[in-house]
Design a protein around this ligand. Structure first.
Ligand SMILES: [Zn+2]
Length: 141
C-alpha cells in the first residue's frame, strides 16, 4: 500500500500498524516525509474533473470485476491494491492509489454508489455532494 503512495494514516486505518513505524517506512520508500493525510476525506473531493471521474469509473470497473458485490459490504485492502495495480497497468496516468482507496472506502460506506445511466447505459459513480458526480459524466459538458 505504501509503495502505491498511500499515506500512513490510511495504512494505519487499514492495517492497525504503528503510525510512527509507518511514517519511517514511508520516508524510506519515497525519500521524503509523508504528506499530512486525513482519513476523513472523501472520494468526491479528489475527483474534481470529468477526466478524473472517468478514471475513477475505470478503476471501479476493475475493482468490481475483482470483488463483485462484496465490495459494497467489505473493504478488503489487498483486493483494493490488487485491483489498483491492474487498473494502473492500463492507465499509467490515471488516479493515484489514495484516490482509489477512498473510492473503495466510500463504496463500502454507501456514500458512493454505482448508477446505470438511462441514456448511454454506462455505469457511473454517484455522489450527490458533487455536481459532476450527480449525473453521468459521458455527456456532462
Ligand atoms: Zn450516460
Amino acid at each position: 500500500m505504501m509503495r502505491e503512495g498511500l499515506t500512513p494514516p490510511i495504512v494505519h486505518a487499514a492495517t492497525g500498524l504503528c503510525r510512527n513505524r509507518l511514517r519511517d517506512l514511508y520516508r524510506q520508500l519515497h525519500g521524503r516525509s509523508a504528506p499530512q493525510g486525513r482519513v476523513s476525506e472523501y472520494a468526491y473531493r479528489r475527483l474534481q474533473t470529468r477526466n478524473q471521474i472517468l478514471e475513477g469509473i475505470a478503476f471501479y470497473g476493475t475493482y468490481y470485476g475483482f470483488g463483485g458485490d462484496s465490495i459494497f459490504r467489505t473493504l478488503d485492502h489487498n483486493l483494493v491494491m490488487e485491483a489498483y495495480r491492474e487498473y494502473k497497468a492500463f492507465a499509467p496516468g490515471g488516479i493515484d492509489g489514495t484516490t482509489a482507496w477512498y473510492i473503495a472506502r466510500d463504496l463500502r460506506g454507501g456514500v458512493l454508489t454505482p448508477k446505470r445511466c438511462k441514456i448511454c447505459g454506462g455505469t457511473y459513480l454517484y455522489d450527490p455532494r458533487s455536481d459532476l458526480m450527480s449525473r453521468c459524466p459521458v455527456y456532462a459538458d
